[in-house]
Design a protein around this ligand. Structure first.
Ligand SMILES: [Zn+2]
Length: 97
């Protein structure tokens, strides 16, 4: 038994019959006239999506930069401490009489 659902076409507003099993869709009725479509809302939404994507990308990049900077500082700090604190055991201890 074919499972069909009817949805509204986001482009023209006409009914679309979707065959869930076949994965196909087709306009069930007449396409609405193009002048009936309000594309401004769609383009507003698309613009918003693009902005959100850019912001997420920028946040991720900033987080990576912060992490790299933190690791760099840690490394330099370790290097500095290693220089300031020479091995506590003097080499002399190793000398054999
Ligand atoms: Zn359509």
């Amino acid at each position: 038994m074919a499972r069909r659902i009817t949805i509204q076409c986001p482009e023209c507003g006409a009914a679309i019959e979707v065959d869930v099993e076949q994965g196909t869709a087709a306009h069930a009725g007449q396409r609405a006239a193009a002048k009936d479509i309000d594309l401004s809302q769609a383009s507003d939404w698309l613009r918003g999506e693009a902005n959100r994507r850019d912001q997420n990308f920028e946040r991720a990049r900033q987080a990576e930069r912060d992490k790299a900077a933190r690791l760099g500082r840690k490394f330099e700090e370790g290097l500095r401490q290693a220089k300031e604190q020479p091995p506590t055991r003097p080499l002399r201890d190793l000398d054999l009489d």
